[in-house]
Design a binder for this molecule. Sequence first.
Ligand code: SF4
Length: 253
Amino acid sequence: MNNRTVSKKLFLWLSVFSLISLMAIVTALWYFISPRLHEFHYALPLIFLSGLRIFFLILVVGTILVLLTSVFEKNFLIAKFAVKLFIQIVYPISLLFGKIFRIPKSAIAESFIKVNDSLIRALKLKYKSSDVLILLPHCLQNSDCLIRITIDPKNCERCGNCDIGAICKLAEEYNVNVAVATGGTLARRIVLEKRPKLIIAVACYRDLVSGIQEAFPIKTLGILNIRPQGPCINTEVDVEKIRDSLKKIIKNK
Ligand code: SF4
C-alpha cells in the first residue's frame, strides 16, 4: 500500500475495534469462569464483574480521549499517557487483529507512525536544539559515495547526489545533532551517547516502528523514507518534512 494512501484513521479504527474485541473476549471468559468462581465464594463473580466494568470504563474513556487527541492534535488530558499506551499495548494488539483481517502490516505500521506523531505534536512541547537528534539510515547515502559519514556526517561534501547533504545543511541551520546509523545496534548506541529528548527518525516502516518502541520514553517523530530502487539502497526522504518537524518543535523558531 502506498504511503500517501495510509492515514492515521486506519490505525485509530483498528485500535477501537481491537479494544472492543478484547472487551468481548474478556467478558466471554468471565462468563465461562464465573461458575467456578462462585464455587470459591458466592460474591466472587460479582466482584470480578465490577472490576471488569471499571477497567472497561477507563479503557473506553481513555480511547475516546486518545481519538480526540490524535484527530485534533490537542492534548485532551492524557496525551503523554496515550503515547505510552499506544506504543506498548495497543499497537501489538492491533497487529494481531490486523493479521486476522489480512490488513498489510506495512499499512498498520505507517498509520501507527502517523498516530504516534500526532500524539507527540498534541503535547505542543518545544525543545532546545541540543536536545534534538536527527537519526538517518545509512541507505540514504548514495551507494557510490565513499565518504565515511557514519563516523561523522559532517564529512559529507554535500555534492547533491543524495539527501544527506541537504539534511546536514538543515541540521546546521537549526543547530541540531545529526547521526547516520547502519543498523539498530548503532542507532541504540548513538541514542545512548547523545541522550536526546526528541528524535526525528528517517527509516522504512519496520525500522521506524521498532525505533519508536525501543527509544520510548524518548519521543520519536517518524518520517518514512522513499525507496525508488527498492529497500536499503539509494533511498530518499522529503527533506521539507524534516524542516517542518524542526520548525514545530525547536524553541524560538
Ligand atoms: S551528498 Fe554527501 S553523502 Fe551524499 S553522495 Fe554527496 S558527499 Fe556522499
